[in-house]
Design a protein around this ligand. Structure first.
Ligand SMILES: O=P(O)(O)O[C@@H]1C[C@H](O)[C@@H](CO)O1
Ligand SMILES: Nc1nc2[nH]cnc2c(=O)[nH]1
Length: 209
């Protein structure tokens, strides 16, 4: 999927600047979080998967799972979006050590976009109006979400290779005469229908890494 994305990638921050932009957490706080987790799992993930709305089921494919509610992890934010369980799940997938985030953090929940880039998304939590859909469509958007771009920007900043996949869960309405409206129920129903396919896809994908 091509994203409309305004990049300021020539702007370089050092790690401490990034840490202070992202929620004013200090290095010591991040270390405390990391040490807490490292003491509680033997898994040392090479693969990290962020599961979006209703897609937490992806984590079910992991073997030897250990999960941690976000609320138990020191300095870890909590998820508030519907269908985001708020758990960090460590385990193995096809012998690869993995961690899954069942729930992510959105701009509309008060999380920074890290000032590095904005893609053609709606920040949410409301679905876009017909006029907003029209603008994004004219700008060339093929699909719209409320997440993903900030995560990709940060991951790339950290030098991680990123693969992002979006499940298209609903049609956006661009017709003023239509009675249809994007809604959370449809999003979660569509993800529920596709969870098995996604599990298979991720399982196969990971064997190719
Ligand atoms: O994490 P994702 O991109 O699945 O979450 C978006 C944000 C909204 O809460 C929800 C809309 O259905 O999906
Ligand atoms: N912005 C946006 N995000 C979504 N996430 C799931 N469906 C939608 C949608 O229609 N619009």
């Amino acid at each position: 999927m091509q994203l409309i994305y305004q990049s300021y990638s020539s702007v370089k921050f050092d790690t401490n600047q990034i840490l202070s932009i992202v929620h004013n957490y200090s290095y010591d706080m991040y270390k405390e979080t990391a040490d807490w987790l490292l003491e509680r799992t033997k898994i040392r993930p090479k693969v990290a998967i962020i599961c979006g709305s209703g897609l937490g089921g992806l984590a079910e494919v992991l073997d030897d799972k250990t999960d941690f509610p976000y609320s138990d992890i020191p300095h870890f934010p909590t998820s508030t979006a519907p269908g985001h369980a708020g758990q960090l799940v460590f385990g193995r997938l096809e012998d690869h050590e993995c961690v899954c985030m069942k729930g992510r953090f959105h701009f509309y929940e008060g999380y920074s976009m890290h000032k590095q880039g904005v893609y053609g998304m709606q920040s949410g939590p409301a679905f876009e109006t017909i006029a907003e859909c029209e603008v994004l469509h004219r700008l060339g958007a093929d699909a719209i979400g409320m997440s993903t771009a900030p995560e990709v920007v940060v991951a790339r900043h950290c030098g991680l290779r990123v693969f992002a996949m979006s499940l298209i869960t609903n049609i956006l309405v661009r017709d003023y005469d239509s009675n249809e409206k994007a809604n959370e129920e449809e999003v979660l129903e569509s993800t529920a229908l596709r969870t098995k396919d996604l599990q298979t896809f991720i399982r196969n994908f990971i064997t190719k890494i």
